[in-house]
Write a protein that binds this ligand. Structure first.
Ligand code: NAD
Length: 482
């Protein structure tokens, strides 16, 4: 068969144009793949890519960067977060519909200023006849961090500082109810890291958080540690996954009791209880959830709380609010999530009460079996239970805390009472004569954390909690100078 010159030219043109198209398509696919696996300031469509990218970043972080670089980058994270504290507080409030804007600023500032960095990593050394031994805090590698809806961006800032200070990278799976503010927060932290010379993807997350991503995190060989901050279902699921887990929340969520005895400074107790129990509408797991007060000072404590601005509910009003805020499931009460973290004034409005001076806190005098006492409600409603003796206060408080070993407090001037309740309650945080907020460094001494690992025993986490000990032994007395 003879082919004319024109036909040959036509065939060549068509093959070339086909090739061109193919290479364009391949290029497009490549670009798409690249976009997907590169992420967008730490945000990925697929958790697998988020894990892989974080794993690469972590290797760089430990091999190419020194402690002074970690310090510099953590300082940059603090500076950026400080500049965004108000906008983050606003975004969290709008997206979750829970808590109080002004208190969210305080929470952000506390984690920004009081989460320790590399300074809390200490090396132990023993120098003796048989050589020199050092034990150092080494990174785990890539950490999978689950964060709650109640302190979403606060936990992200706090975990980021603590975890990268320890030499780790982090893949977050955030609460779906706070995914937008968390994605925004992650991106600004990511930019601060990269703009200050740090590796990209040291912190990552899947854009749409879900349970499948949690499963992929726990089953990935790249993830060396899971850290779960939130409710009991989640921490239980992580602990059952077989992956090493630091669990903050736990076997039961926190339901912190307060004991007030008849030696207490009642005006101080009322002032601190009003502040603590109403802070961010009681969203903090460590906020005061119920009070056990000795009978002979109960009336005065209630009067003083009202003097601080609390609204005292009568029996009928309490009944109505209980019907709103609690759901009875087969005889067991659960919170109605719609009412978690809502303003006290909203509760009053819903039962037809108009208060011109909106209170921050509602209080009620009730018995110890009331659902507001038994259930961790995360609402600005503080039940007060009258007790015949100090011993009864302790017995009922311990029973109500139900072995969570989370947080408790006492108002007393009797040292023996303070010691006895502390021994009986066994909580991770125990405050005396102050709001429990002070126990995480908000107005109190000590560092701040949003991840209080009671169940697994790390306590108030910091960079040290996210490291593993490695020992180096130089035998035969080498390098010793004595
Ligand atoms: P939550 O348990 O509903 O959600 C927390 C996180 O876990 C979210 O990211 C969610 O998506 C995920 N999750 C939920 N169920 C899961 C499961 N079965 N498997 C895997 N992941 C799961 O908690 P929340 O409502 O956001 O937060 C409030 C609770 O968290 C309260 O009980 C409070 O006491 C507790 N909390 C504890 C601490 C602490 O440090 N101990 C701090 C903050 C909040």
């Amino acid at each position: 068969m003879e082919i004319s010159e024109k036909e040959v030219e036509a065939i060549v043109r068509s093959v070339l144009s086909g090739l061109g198209q193919k290479s364009f398509q391949a290029e497009a696919l490549h670009v798409k793949d690249k976009m997907c696996s590169d992420g967008e300031d730490g945000i990925f469509e697929l958790v697998e890519d988020a894990i892989e990218a974080a794993s690469k970043a972590q290797k760089e972080w430990v091999h190419r960067y020194k402690l002074k670089d970690r310090k510099r980058i953590i300082e940059a994270i603090r500076v950026t977060s400080r500049a965004h504290a108000e906008s983050l507080a606003r975004m969290v409030h709008e997206e979750t519909g829970m808590g109080r804007y002004e208190d969210k600023i305080t929470k952000h500032m506390a984690v920004i200023d009081k989460t320790p960095g590399v300074e809390c990593l200490v090396t132990d050394a023993i120098s003796g006849d048989e050589g020199l031994m050092i034990e150092e805090p080494a990174p785990f590698g890539v950490i999978g961090a689950i964060t709650p809806s109640t302190n979403p961006t606060e936990t992200m800032i706090n975990n980021t500082i603590s975890m990268i200070a320890g030499g780790n990278a982090v893949v977050f799976n955030v609460h779906p109810g706070a995914k937008k503010c968390c994605a925004y927060c992650l991106q600004i932290l990511h930019r601060a890291i990269v703009e200050n010379g740090g590796p990209k993807n040291l912190i990552t997350m899947q854009r749409e958080p879900d349970m499948d991503a949690v499963h992929k995190l726990t089953s990935s060989p790249h993830i060396r540690l899971m850290v779960g901050t939130g409710g009991m279902g989640m921490v239980h699921a992580l602990l059952c996954s077989g992956k090493r887990t630091i669990g903050a929340g736990g076997a039961g969520a926190g339901n912190p009791p307060v004991v007030v005895d008849d030696t207490a400074d009642l005006s101080l107790a009322a002032r601190e209880l009003y502040r603590g129990a109403s802070f961010d509408n009681n969203l903090l797991c460590l906020a005061e959830k119920e009070v056990f007060v000795m009978d002979n000072v109960a009336e005065e404590l209630v009067d003083r709380l009202v003097g601080e601005g609390a609204y005292l509910l009568d029996d009928l009003q309490l009944k109505k609010i209980t019907e709103l805020a609690m759901v009875n499931k087969d005889g067991k009460y659960e919170v109605n999530k719609k009412w978690v973290g809502k303003d006290a004034g909203k509760f009053l409005e819903a039962i037809g009460i108009q208060e011109h001076r909106e209170p921050r806190l509602l209080i009620c005098v009730t018995d110890r079996s009331h659902p507001f006492v038994k259930v961790e409600q995360l609402m600005p409603v503080l039940p007060i239970v009258r007790c015949g003796s100090f011993e009864k206060c302790v017995e009922w408080a311990v029973d109500t805390e139900a072995g969570n070993r989370h947080t408790a407090s006492i108002f007393s001037k009797n040292v023996e009472h303070m010691t006895l309740f502390g021994k009986e309650i066994e909580t991770t945080i125990y405050t005396k004569n102050g709001a429990t907020l002070k126990g995480i460094g908000i107005g109190g001494e000590g560092h701040t954390t949003m991840t209080i690992a009671g169940p697994t025993g790390e306590g108030l986490t910091c960079a040290r909690s996210f490291t593993r000990r490695r020992r180096c032994m130089l035998a035969e007395g080498g390098l010793r100078i004595i």
